[in-house]
Design a protein around this ligand. Structure first.
Ligand SMILES: [Zn+2]
Ligand SMILES: [Zn+2]
Length: 106
């Protein structure tokens, strides 16, 4: 954080702060920790689950699902190997061979 931290310190000094830069950097670090705590792994897991759930609702509707080039290579939702194809509606990466399989309830 050296660059931005220094910038913040200069701003602070303009405001008339009395702390040394070392002290101020420590204060900022503490403040940042309070404002932006380490993300809770449980919350992250819930977020991933809910977005998957939303997708699964329209996954089987059979309307407007097209196999299109993906923006980037990611893992296929069916076979878990990398692919550069994706479903335009589900916004998940999927192989051409896995496309039907993904959209049919088993
Ligand atoms: Zn696949
Ligand atoms: Zn789809």
């Amino acid at each position: 954080m050296s660059a931005s931290g220094h910038g913040i310190f200069l701003f602070y000094r303009i405001l008339g702060g009395k702390l040394t830069q070392l002290e101020f950097t420590r204060e900022v670090a503490v403040a940042l920790l309070k404002v932006d705590p380490t993300p809770n792994p449980v919350n992250l897991a819930l977020g991933t689950h809910s977005s998957t759930y939303v997708c699964s609702e329209m996954r089987y509707d059979g309307v407007d699902h097209y196999l299109v080039p993906a923006g980037k290579q990611r893992r296929c939702q069916v076979c878990k190997t990398n692919t550069t194809k994706s479903c335009s509606k589900c916004d998940v990466n999927i192989h051409e061979a896995c496309f039907i399989d993904y959209h049919i309830k088993h």
